[in-house]
Design a protein around this ligand. Structure first.
Ligand code: GCO
Ligand code: MN
Ligand code: MN
Length: 397
């Protein structure tokens, strides 16, 4: 497949704000057991193909574009060529990040390595990546602590490691301020892999950590479907908490079977129901951020399969979005939801139903008698509600 032959209601367009990483469509299919199966697709070609498919943008690690040992002039040439492809296609670079995990120097982590020289080198590399991101117009910097963790707790006290992590982020926030960059940080949690355990393993851990930083207003979250599901958690609950706190700065969409290695499957391919509730949440909140796919094509694929994967990721999102509209308009589903809202007088909005403390309200509550026998008997009709949702998702509604 090259470009989609037909246009339909699920054809991706730039206004849908879909983005991919150079490292995602560029993934050559290497795994711990096997060598690469595809050549790495050059950045300019990725830009042209993504634009053709209707994506909005492309994101990158520093080394996806500029090899680690590139000379300054090589760096400038590569950036120039990349920018030319962006200009020719109108594709944007909304997010940038740093590779702090491939270099053997980072084998014990970057900001939390026991070697102070590594911690300093990680800051130097990140400052350079922030400069590159700013030069390309990125306004979000994702911080994934690739190897910030341990195999053995004998190696370091996690409190010391968190202290180093905090200092690094405080330093980087001030660096961004000092340079006048329009850039916010989005922290990405992952429970394990490549380390045995990674510090700040879930979105919730990260959220609490943010409020211990010097500039919490500059720092939010980049939750990833696969990472929460690896920990057996409900992804949309973590995302909802981030949204509610005003901390959803970015999102990594993909698919994953719970409890396994990081599979990075095509969005919605493994858990369409979970993906549906996620899309419902994001669209219901009118979340303005980028829909970024941090996933890659099966190792079985050639380059055509990579573009099938990219196109499919965006289509699935748009199909689920259309299903959400259908859910919101489905009379039976909406009637059930209305009944739930009205249950016990909740939907009538009586001031007496508000849970706000006052002496009088506390007295009233203490004096109230509840019809507990009937409350205890009642069912909630969630079986019916879920079956209706399933029928809608399975396409017969
Ligand atoms: C992973 C991570 C990464 C990060 C990326 C951006 O499990 O490998 O999800 O893909 O998202 O490095 O920081
Ligand atoms: Mn991942
Ligand atoms: Mn990710």
């Amino acid at each position: 497949m090259s470009a989609p032959a037909t246009q339909d209601a699920y054809t991706p367009r730039p206004e849908h704000h879909f983005t991919f990483g150079l490292w995602t469509v560029g993934n050559p299919g290497r795994d711990p057991f096997g060598e690469p199966v595809r050549p790495i697709i050059p950045p300019a070609r990725v830009v042209h193909k993504l634009a053709e498919l209707g994506a909005y943008g492309v994101n990158l690690h520093d080394n996806d574009l500029v090899p680690r040992d590139a000379s300054p002039s090589e760096r400038d040439r590569l950036v120039r060529e990349f920018k030319a492809a962006l200009d020719a296609t109108g594709l944007r670079v909304p997010m940038a990040t740093t590779n702090l995990f491939s270099d053997p120097a980072f084998r014990d982590g970057a900001f939390t390595s026991n070697d102070a020289r590594v911690r300093s080198y990680a800051l130097q590399k990140t400052m350079a990546a922030l400069d590159l991101g700013a030069e390309l117009g990125a306004t979000t910097y994702v911080c994934w602590g690739g190897r910030e963790g341990v195999e053995t707790n004998a190696a370091k006290d996690p409190r010391t490691a968190l202290g180093w992590y905090r200092e690094a982020l405080n330093f980087l926030c001030e660096y961004v301020q000092s340079r006048g960059y329009d850039m916010r940080f989005a922290l990405e949690a992952k429970p394990n892999e490549p380390r045995g355990d990674i510090f700040l393993p879930t979105t919730g851990h990260m959220l609490a950590f943010i409020y211990t930083l010097d500039h919490p207003e500059m720092v939010g979250l980049n939750p990833e479907v696969a990472h929460e599901q690896m920990a057996g958690l409900d992804f949309s609950h973590g995302v909802a908490q981030a949204l509610e706190a005003g901390k959803l700065f970015h999102i990594d969409l993909n698919g994953q079977k719970p409890g396994r290695f990081d599979q990075d499957l095509r969005f919605g391919s493994d858990d369409p129901k979970g993906a549906f509730f996620l899309v419902k949440l994001l669209e219901g909140a009118r979340w303005p951020g980028m829909r970024h796919f941090d996933s890659h094509a099966y190792r079985t694929e050639d380059e055509d399969g990579v573009w099938d994967f990219a196109h499919g990721s965006m289509r699935t999102y748009l199909i689920l979005k259309a299903r959400v509209t259908r859910f919101n308009e489905d009379p039976e589903i909406q009637q059930l939801l209305g009944e739930l809202r009205d249950r016990g007088g909740g939907g009538r909005g009586r001031p007496a139903d508000r849970v706000a403390f006052s002496e009088e309200r506390a007295r009233q509550l203490m004096a109230e008698t509840f019809d507990l026998p009937s409350i205890r008997r009642q069912g909630y009709a969630y079986e019916r509600l879920d079956q209706l949702t399933m029928e809608l998702l399975l396409g017969v509604r």
